[in-house]
Design a binder for this molecule. Sequence first.
Ligand code: T1G
Length: 675
Amino acid sequence: MTSPIRTERQGDVLVIVSNNPPVNALGAAVRQGLEAAIKEGVADASITAMVIRCDGRTFFAGADITEFGKPLQEPGLPTVIDMIEASSKPVVAAIHGTALGGGCEVTLGCHYRIAVPSAKIGTPEVKLGLLPGAGGTQRIPRIAGVKLALEMTAIGNPISAKAALAAGLIDRLAGEDSLVADAVAFANEVAAKRPLPRASEGIATADPEAVAAFRKANARKFRGFDAPAANIACVEKAADGSSFAEGIAFERAEFMKLMTGTQSAAQRHLFFAERQAAKVDDIPADTALRPIKKVGVIGAGTMGGGISMNFLAAGIPVTIVETAQDALDRGTGVIRRNYEASAAKGRFTTDKVEAMMGALTPTLDLEQLADCDLIIEAIYENMDVKKELFGKLDRIAKPGAILASNTSYLNIDEMAAVTSRPGDVIGMHFFSPANVMKLLEVVRGAQTAPDVLATVMALAKPIGKVAVVSGVCPGFIGNRMLSQRQQPATEMLMEGALPEQIDKVHVDFGMPMGPFQMSDLAGVDIGWHRDPTRIESIRDALAAEGRWGQKKQAGFYDYDERRTPSPSPRVAEIIADFRAKAGKTDRPIDDQEIVERTLYPMVNEGAKILAEGMAQRASDIDVVWIYGYGWPVYTGGPMFWANTIGLDTVVAGLEKHGIPVAPLLKEKAAKGERF
Ligand code: T1G
């Protein structure tokens, strides 16, 4: 097997090059190759310095995540990095792309670091439920201080080369197109310099105020996660006067605790699930895509506006259509205000805001969509109105234009059937707020053409979305499973539970909110028959009293002016009333029962969705729930979570409450299989 590592001589400098596409992951062969190359450089008397660089789009993007959970093949990364640092000759890291995780740690083992201005370095291990386990938590604080080390390790976002230079994490910037030459020149420059700067010999100054402030500022973000606290503890260890070796031993112990835990397994599952979701099994990866240079959006309401913002931010001009001038002005006004708010937070420059607004063409004339490559309708949910619109679009849109609906549950095939081009019709279900939520459910109609599906799937990343393919069924993947949670939750109100108890179980589980808080957010009056005299459910009773949710500061909860929910004595009365009228006597309902009757049915529905082929794979369902509904990342999504607790446990819980078990779930549980 050819080693992914080769060496080249440039004068007295040994250039060690990694070529391990796609991202130079530090797999076993790379580590073995690095070890051999360093040994070669140290042993060869004619070599005065070494440079480590990578071919392809990026410097080492970290340890090879596919090796995790498997027996370690020596040498481990810490060994290689210690060898680099111990080298008697200077080693320069030449960085381009993203030096992440173990890749960043390799640079910290080097004596000098040079990077192109576009490079980024970071330690995102916490996003995999881990920590930098090859010395990063001990070397970063010694070079850049505790404050930055906390940000880099416990939050995990990469920093720019410029910021790294300012922090001392890199020594100089190279020309964007002259990295190798500049690195070799740098190596020659420092070849004779001694002593060699070794990060492990540095001192990190304790900063307990910064640690306390950091913990406080991120408490909400870190809720439920194990890894952030472990990262913070390691950084503290680096600055509490312990020796480097003691710090490394502590780091290793914390790393292994996380590596063998369920959270990291779940977060690593999500890493690959997200990338897998982008692939459509029965469509070749090299399918030619349709060019999307101009997009039309119909409806300038909350969804239409948010959808437009995604394309404008990606540099794709948008024509937005409304039926009335005031609605159009209101819609474009919201778009500008949202962008200005983001600019105020430093997300966009004002020039960028003006450029995006400049690329937005508001119109009342549907005909103006005739030259669009993709047209997305985001009008209100009424099938007749949508079918009429698709009939018009069929006449207006140019040949080859993709016609998409943002419906959250209506039948895409019915819309396609009113056109002469059903192959060009597809669902693009964005989640509100559409310019923020990452999930895009791409609904594949019975006749959706492969290149149409491939084109829309490929569009997701440039517009900042994670796309998942769904078949045509009521509620697609996400809402279909969501509906399985609401019914049993309402039943338990009739049996003795209260909204705040049920919601607390979901929030403690890690969901952003429970079923009743969500109803109040969406609106208790959604789907209500509007007849206050007809009280057939608790929901009817609330709606009849005007308790329509947050917007009315009263729903299943009472809300203060800052929309903080509090349990409502009036709602407790209404529920008790209802139980009495229904002849129900309430009984104690414990939290486990709530989990079994509200979360297990979602897994059950997921199994049906899989069996019907409405989702390509179980991991897609996990991606939907994590990016669309805030399912806790550290459980990996509903299907992975079910695997973790055991499918037999889920089946037993469902059967205990008389809930019919999906055949696929029953079968897998019986065979001891996983999704
Ligand atoms: N290991 C294995 N495969 C990886 C990988 C990795 N580290 N990174 C990416 N891939 C695969 C990915 O699955 C995909 O495969 C292809 O590469 C392209 O990736 C000891 C413990 C670098 C910013 O967390 O963030 O080091 O789908 O689609 O959008 O302390 O990949 O094509 O088959 O994402 O251009 C820490 C993870 C590891 C960085 C590029 N490192 N990677 O993004 O491409 S833990 C990370 C990324 C660690 C040490 C610890 C991104 C990227 P496929 P892609 P991209």
